[in-house]
Write a protein that binds this ligand. Structure first.
Ligand code: PTJ
Length: 249
């Protein structure tokens, strides 16, 4: 990795770019993952590169949803493993949830490399290699999944998504929690809970909420979930961005 001086005003952003670049060279991230990252960066800029109040709320409700789930699965792709491999493994171990590698640009080689990377960070069982089931109505390779994993999950956490799968999972009656910096995306608008935050901040934040809410009465958690209005939250994000832009100049 290239050396980036800590004093650089955009240190974190540059280090993150380096991670994605290196992970692409190592065969974990698909080339188009770099483009996806750039789009994410642009939206992160608009929200001020920090967790905004609406995202904090989404993270709290997402944690409640995961704690109430019977068979929760965290879906992992190239960008996620490049940026938050350790944090995803930690999160999965907290409640616990299954981890499944599910790729849009699916190759056996990339799946193996991603699994190896997750194992380096302590993951034991990781789903995604056998592709013995299919997400109904999804023609892309992302439709390939495992019976014991995403196919039979009741709640699926999808950090960094490309839209088609979220709708297909919902059509299968699953609850979808999406992390997407773009509040306008199909994913953001069709998920049950959308977290408009960078995965780098969102995953550790969800873990923190899980720890805080772990002993909370399930009824209280369910109450919070029932009251959740995802559209209202997206409107708040949009209003946050417009206010922020209007106050900048
Ligand atoms: O590893 P694969 O083969 O499964 O491919 C993964 C990518 C990301 C290439 C694929 O899913 C894709 O093309 O995604 P899209 O359609 O570009 O959508 C990615 C979404 O994630 C965009 O809306 C971005 O704004 C958002 N995004 C990018 N980086 C981050 C992010 N959201 C949260 N945190 C990020 N770091």
């Amino acid at each position: 990795m290239e050396e980036i001086p800590k004093s650089h005003p955009r240190y974190l952003s540059l280090v993150t770019r380096e991670k994605i670049k290196q992970a692409m060279k190592d065969g974990l991230v698909h080339e188009t993952g770099l483009i996806a990252h750039g789009r994410g960066e642009a939206f992160d800029y608009l929200i001020g590169e920090k967790t905004i109040p609406s995202a904090e709320q989404s993270e709290k409700v997402a944690a409640s949803m995961l704690l109430c789930a019977k068979n929760p699965v965290i879906s992992v792709n190239g960008n996620v493993v490049a940026l938050v491999a350790k944090e995803i493994v930690e999160l999965g171990g907290l409640f616990p949830a299954k981890l499944e590698v599910n790729l849009f640009h699916r190759t056996e080689e990339r799946i193996k490399k991603i699994i190896l990377e997750l194992k380096k960070h302590g993951a034991k069982k990781i789903y995604g290699t056998s592709a013995n089931a299919k997400i109904t109505g999804l023609d892309s390779n992302r439709g390939l999944c495992e019976k014991e994993g995403i196919f039979s999950a009741d709640v699926v956490l999808v950090p960094l998504e490309d839209g088609d799968r979220c709708e297909a999972l919902k059509a299968m009656d699953k609850t979808v929690i999406a992390i997407d910096l773009n509040p306008l995306s199909r994913t953001a608008r069709s998920a049950d809970i959308t977290i408009v935050d960078n995965v780098i901040r969102a995953i550790p934040n969800i873990s923190e909420w899980i720890k805080k809410l772990k002993n909370e009465n399930k009824e209280n958690l369910n109450d919070m979930i029932k009251k959740w209005d995802n559209n209202k939250m997206l409107m708040e994000v949009s209003s946050f961005i417009s206010k922020r832009l209007n106050s900048l100049f």
